[in-house]
Design a binder for this molecule. Structure first.
Ligand code: NAX
Length: 343
């Protein structure tokens, strides 16, 4: 496919009851998360089963051959909602008129890298992509950043897209939330659907805080079902270090669960969270004392395509200490990328 773009009418099915197709861009589309995410989007799990999509897939030149294979498989899946596919290594083509963007592509952390190396390696990618989003995307675009360090990468993309309101940029902490839900469900012996309103504060890193204080388990407060020792000990540690445990067990980082979380994040933003609290990392507007602009995970509700931060939850001293710890780390990361944040 080279560097160009190709748009393919994948289906000739009738459009009865169907909405106008939307354009969904995914970067790093030939990577592991992309391989799971594209199928969830194309099947209607994210934007709804009456919402056709045109996928606009971005890779770097060494990934283009793999992307060709992924596109062949997407065609072979014969999704009725998939109305077109673009494969390209040009961000201006990938983000052209995009209504939703998943920023997944970035360099994964290797054994020899610490977090600051990762920030340095991946930050510049999000300067160019932020600029291309600013120039090309729909003015109403919703952007979720998955590529790590996702909070700071979202900050960089947002800073380089000044014409797009900052509330349209986000980073993904939904995987951490889903991990917290999974741990609570297992510990209580109930299905995950019985757990509501556990959410994440802070950074997608092992400092983040899965806050159990407002969570319910089959309608009862989680704090009454689980003891404090478990909630502040093994529950917190398991959620915070789950990514590493998966790398050790699988020999590769979380991919299907990350794609599932990205689907949940965008689905709730697009279609609403039905009154439930969900975790989204957003450029702070000063909520809970978090410095303005830092991309920080807050308790949110989604309604009519908007994200509303739940602003009135009480913060106890343990939660405050975790919020402060995450603010400190994110301020350090922001300082490390200050030259990438534009004027
Ligand atoms: P892979 O290495 O399998 O795939 C990444 C893909 O991105 C590759 O195909 C590569 O060619 C492409 N790429 C690299 N630079 C690019 C650029 N400038 N433009 C477009 N494409 C580019 O990694 P994968 O397992 O898919 O993970 C992707 C990212 O998600 C990593 O940064 C990873 O750390 C991050 N994760 C984030 C999570 C979260 O909860 N926020 C959890 C899972 C995951 O660790």
């Amino acid at each position: 496919m080279g560097t160009g773009a190709e748009e393919i009418a994948v289906t000739g099915e009738g459009d009865d009851g169907m909405k106008k197709p939307i354009r969904v861009a995914v970067t790093g589309a030939a990577g592991n998360i992309g391989y799971a995410l594209l199928w969830r989007i194309a099947s209607g799990d994210c934007f709804g089963t009456n919402q056709p999509v045109i996928l606009q897939l971005l890779e770097i030149p060494p990934g283009m051959q793999r992307l060709d294979g992924v596109i062949m498989e997407l065609k072979d899946s014969a999704f009725s909602l998939l109305h077109g596919i673009v494969g390209t290594d040009d961000p201006n083509i990938a983000f052209n008129e995009a209504d939703a963007i998943f920023l997944v592509g970035s360099r994964p952390r290797t054994k020899d890298m610490d977090r600051s190396d990762l920030v340095a390696a991946n930050g510049p990618i999000f300067v160019g992509q932020g600029k291309a989003i600013d120039a090309m995307a729909s003015p109403n675009v919703k952007v979720v950043t998955v590529g790590n360090p996702c909070n700071t990468n979202a900050l960089i993309a947002c800073a380089n897209a000044p014409s797009i309101p900052s509330r349209q940029f986000s980073a993904m902490t939904r995987l951490d939330q889903n991990r917290a839900v999974g741990q609570m469900a297992e510990h209580a012996g109930v299905p995950a659907s019985k757990i509501h309103d556990v959410f994440i504060w802070g950074n997608h890193a092992n400092t983040m805080y899965p806050d159990p204080r407002f969570a319910t388990v089959d309608g009862k407060m989680a704090t009454e079902i689980f003891d404090r020792e478990w909630l502040q000990g093994s529950f917190l540690d398991t959620v915070a270090t789950r990514g590493k445990a998966i790398i050790v067990a699988r020999g590769a980082s979380s991919a299907a669960s990350a794609a599932s979380a990205a689907t949940d994040h965008m689905r709730d933003w697009w279609q609403g969270s039905n009154g439930r609290i969900v975790s989204m990392a957003l450029p702070s507007e000063g909520w809970y004392g978090v410095p303005e602009g830092l991309v920080f995970s807050f308790p949110c509700r989604c309604e009519n395509g908007d994200v509303i931060v739940v602003e009135d939850l009480p913060v106890d001293s343990f939660a405050q200490s975790k919020i402060d710890e995450n603010v400190a780390v994110l301020l350090e990361e922001r300082e490390a990328v200050s030259e990438l944040l534009g004027s």
